[in-house]
Design a protein around this ligand. Structure first.
Ligand SMILES: NC(=O)c1ccc[n+]([C@@H]2O[C@H](COP(=O)([O-])OP(=O)(O)OC[C@H]3O[C@@H](n4cnc5c(N)ncnc54)[C@H](OP(=O)(O)O)[C@@H]3O)[C@@H](O)[C@H]2O)c1
Length: 343
C-alpha cells in the first residue's frame, strides 16, 4: 500500500437546521503524524453513510455524545491497519470501527481494544470486501437483531418492512424471508419494488410514492393484517400502517428516517390503535447487541455464501464526495447500502 503524506477528514462546520444544506461539513487536510508507541494507523477502505449521520449532524439529543463544531464527522468504517506500534495490531489486518470521515485514522491501540464498536475482521476469501459494509456489516447486524431478537419473526407470519430497499430494510426483508415469513416491502419507486419482488422474492411490494392512499394500498395487499412491522421510516408511514396491524401485532421500531434532520417532527395520529389492537412496539439499538455480532456474522456469512442474501450496495468513489452523497438517504437515491469507497 502507498501511504499518503497527508490525512484528509471532514470537519463539522455547522449543525444542520431543517434538512441538509450540503455545507455542514468542510474537508480539511493535515500532515500525517509520526506514530507514537502504542498507536495504530488505519487506512479507511470503506466509509458507511447511514441515516444516523443526520442525527449526529443535528443539535437534537440522540443515543451518542453530541459532536461539537470543529469535531471530525463520526462514521462507521472498514479499515486496514497500515502501520502499528501496538502488539495487538498488525499490518494488513482489517477492522470495523466507529471512527470519523477520514482517509487515515491514528488511534490508540489500547482504546481500540477497549472499544465495543471496534472489531477485527476475518474476511472470508469468497466474500467481497464491500459486502462487509452492508449485508454483513452494521446494517445487516441491525436487521438481524431487529427481526430475529426483537421481532421474533415466525415462519408463515405476515411481515411488512418500510424503507425496504434501503440498507437496513433490504436486509430485514431478506432475513424475514430466510426465517420463512411472508414478506412485503414499502419502497419509493417502481424499480425498487421490482427488485424486491423479482430479485429478492418478496411476496409483494408497494411503491408509496406512486400511491395516493398508502393505508388503503396496504389493506389491499395484506388484507388479513400485518403481524410484524419492521419500521425504518416512522412518521406518516407508521400512521398508515397502524390501522393495518393485526391484533396482537408487533412493531419493531428500527428508526424514523422520514423525521431525521427536520425542525418539526410529525405527530403520529393513530397511536390509540396500539391499545385497541393490543400491539407491542419495541425499539432497539444495535449497540445493545454487539456481543452477539460474531454469531450473527457467522449466520449471515453462511446465508450469503448460500446465495440467500443479495449484496446490494450503492458505492460512491472518493472521500471528497462523501458530503454530496449524504442527501441520497433522504431522497431515496440509494438502493441497498450507501457507502464511500476510498481505495
Ligand atoms: N436501531 C438501530 O440500531 C439501527 C441501526 C441501523 C439503522 N437503523 C435505522 O434504519 C433506518 C434506515 O437507515 P439506513 O442507514 O439503512 O438508510 P437507508 O435505508 O439505506 O436509506 C434511507 C431510505 O429511507 C427511505 N426514506 C427516506 N426518507 C423517507 C420518507 N420521508 N418516507 C419514506 N421513506 C423514506 C429512502 O428510500 P425510498 O426510496 O424507499 O424512499 C432511503 O433510501 C433508519 O431509520 C435508521 O435509523 C437503526
Amino acid at each position: 500500500m502507498t501511504r499518503s503524506t497527508d490525512i484528509r477528514r471532514w470537519i463539522i462546520d455547522h449543525y444542520l437546521q431543517d434538512g441538509l444544506d450540503g455545507s455542514e461539513l468542510r474537508l480539511e487536510t493535515r500532515p500525517m503524524p509520526e506514530l507514537a508507541p502504542g498507536q495504530v494507523l488505519i487506512k479507511t477502505r470503506l466509509l458507511s453513510l447511514d441515516a444516523s449521520n443526520l442525527l449526529w449532524l443535528s443539535e437534537r439529543e440522540d443515543y451518542l455524545p453530541q459532536l461539537q463544531i470543529g469535531d471530525p464527522m463520526r462514521g462507521h468504517i472498514i479499515g486496514q491497519v497500515d502501520a502499528s506500534r501496538h502488539p495487538a495490531f498488525s499490518e494488513g489486518q482489517h477492522v470495523v470501527s466507529l471512527q470519523s470521515w477520514s482517509d487515515y485514522i491514528v488511534a490508540d491501540g489500547d482504546t481500540l481494544l477497549d472499544d465495543a464498536l471496534t472489531m477485527t475482521l476475518e474476511l472470508h476469501p469468497e466474500i467481497p470486501l464491500d459486502a462487509y459494509v452492508g449485508t454483513l456489516g452494521l446494517t445487516g447486524w441491525s436487521a438481524y437483531a431487529g427481526m430475529i431478537d426483537v421481532g421474533q419473526v415466525q415462519p408463515g407470519e405476515r411481515v411488512l418492512v418500510s424503507g425496504a430497499a434501503g440498507a437496513t430494510g433490504i436486509m430485514a426483508a431478506q432475513i424475514a424471508k430466510a426465517a420463512g415469513a411472508r414478506v412485503y416491502g414499502l419502497a419509493g419507486g417502481a424499480k425498487k419494488c421490482q427488485l424486491l419482488v423479482e430479485t429478492l422474492g418478496l411476496d409483494g411490494a408497494i411503491d408509496y410514492k406512486g400511491c395516493d392512499d398508502l393505508q388503503a394500498a396496504i389493506a389491499e395487499v395484506i388484507p388479513d393484517g400485518v403481524e410484524v412491522f419492521f419500521d425504518n421510516v416512522g412518521g406518516e408511514t407508521l400512521d398508515a400502517v397502524l390501522p393495518n396491524m393485526a391484533l396482537h401485532g408487533r412493531i419493531v421500531a428500527s428508526g424514523s428516517v422520514s423525521q431525521y434532520g427536520k425542525a418539526a417532527q410529525y405527530g403520529v395520529k393513530n397511536l390509540p390503535l396500539v391499545t385497541t389492537k393490543r400491539l407491542r412496539i419495541e425499539g432497539f439499538m444495535i449497540l445493545d447487541y454487539l456481543d452477539r455480532v460474531p454469531a450473527m456474522l457467522e449466520t449471515l456469512e453462511q446465508w450469503f455464501l448460500e446465495g440467500r442474501l443479495l449484496n446490494q450496495n450503492h458505492l460512491v468513489q472518493g472521500l471528497e464526495n462523501a458530503q454530496a452523497a449524504l442527501p441520497t438517504l433522504m431522497s431515496g437515491g440509494n438502493t441497498g447500502k450507501l457507502a464511500v469507497y476510498l481505495d
